[in-house]
Design a protein. Sequence first.
Length: 202
Amino acid sequence: MAHPYLIHLGGPSNERLVPAVPPSPGRSLAAIRSHLRAAQAAGARQVLFTGGEPTLRRDLLRLVRLARGMGLGVGLATNARTLIYPRLRQALLASGVTHFRISLHAATAAIHDDMVGVPGAFAQTLAALRALRAEASTIQVEVVICVTPRNQDQPEALAALVATLPGQVKLVEARPGGQRPNSFNFEHCRDLPGFTLCPDAC
């Protein structure tokens, strides 16, 4: 898939962002519509809505339908915790979301939950991933690990975990600020199933 056009929705998050990002107010519908037009003008085929946490926006379904009506594929960069709720998950799929980029920063709850500051976040994200794969096997799903010194020993274990999910799931390493931790070399990860080195932000 070609790199999507990023559209930052702003707004709150329901967990600590990795890497840490200062909070920003939610963008207006008019501002987002302007960004969608810019995506069209740039020749983009897909947009990726990022947050805060996009699934917390009450008008998210409207934004997805707006983008789809402009001929754009729509992805969500999300921690997926709210997608454990079938009604929201199925509504997003029905509205035309074509791609999910889901943040999961470790293969264990202890590390992931500590990084995002929410006990139980790992279990919720993993449950949502499994539900998405079970209900929408043709939707593209990427699991993003944003590597820091706290989780730099996790890519291989996370790749093994992702490999147990049904359907095709790609594991992406998104480097904080475009940089890798100095003490870790990712080159050996190139042979991990579905692993891609990616310069995008998490």
